[in-house]
Design a protein around this ligand. Sequence first.
Ligand code: KG4
Ligand code: ZN
Length: 369
Amino acid sequence: MMLQQGIPLEREPFPRKSRDYKPPGPQSNKRLRVLGIETSCDETAAALFDSQTGLLGHAVHSQVELHAMYGGVVPELASRDHIKMLLPLIDEVLRVAAVDIDEIQGVAYTAGPGLIGALLVGAAVGRAFAWARQIPAIAVHHMEGHLLAPLLEPDPPTFPFLALLVSGGHTQLVRVDGIGAYAILGESVDDAAGEAFDKVAKMLDLGYPGGPAVAALAEQGWAEHYQFPRPMTAKPGLDFSFSGLKTHVAQVLRSVSGDGHQHRADIARAFQDAVVETLVIKCRRALQETHLSRLVVAGGVSANRALRAALSELAEEECCSLHFPRLEFCTDNAAMIAFAGCQRLLAGQQEPPVIQARPRWALDSLMPV
Ligand code: KG4
Ligand code: ZN
């Protein structure tokens, strides 16, 4: 096997067909059991998805304790921990799902975007596993995994739909016409929404990981105390910018006296309200411009309770259906990777025996299914 990094980003070399594997067509009802692997950042995860019976099992190991003392993810420590945890996690998922290793017919692993060293662990294990067992493997785009996660739920949305992706690294509004048919309508020009939550958490001494801690503190804050800006909402367009909002928080913290608990809670509340309202305004605009009637929201920030409530109101007002992943599939997991990879393997896509990771990878360059 070759080890490659930073392969050109366009629509090759995925997918290709090997001589031995006869993929089922998209209409086929052939059963495919896929092992999913996720190691793009600070969670190691494995899952088993069966195209006929659904999710058979999944497990996530969080590295929060490992990185907490540094106030953020340390890439080298992340890679080393993935190496330590991934094989035991795969064993655990197989054991709990009572699935024999021989019954796995395909492997799906996150190949990007993410931390290069972390991605390479999942890519090496996933690709080597497939090579050793002579089964196909597919490299999955992490954000495609997030985007398709609501399709694991009992009442999945049909295509086309509008997707709001809000994670630690991305904030995007995407028109989704099918698997792999993605048009980016708008995205953050600087910090992602999750990143802004994490940076504000640091300013408020809430440590890492920041999003859930800011959300918890915001619940104790008064909405009336501060009104923070809703960035880029006055102008037309669907792009986002959250870095000015973060600077605004820093300025308020510096200039307004008061360092008690309530003061910090009020700031967290004003920040969260500003992010949520900004996301709602842009979603409303995108729904009205595209005339789509289904809205999917995914990625770590979609776990935020205030955002879920505000988007539910929006969906009612705009008469559209709203689809979230269940809470445990909002943040990083391998169930979404196994699911996304399974759809591509079912359509006959796979890749050659090459270990590759793509730290940067454009969502709209993917091959449609
Ligand atoms: O999707 P994800 O698990 O990883 C990436 O692909 O980046 O998203 C992680 C991000 C972090 O920035 C985290 O602070 C944020 O999602 N997050 C939240 C909440 N839960 C996670 N942000 C706000 N409220 C939450 N409840
Ligand atoms: Zn993610």
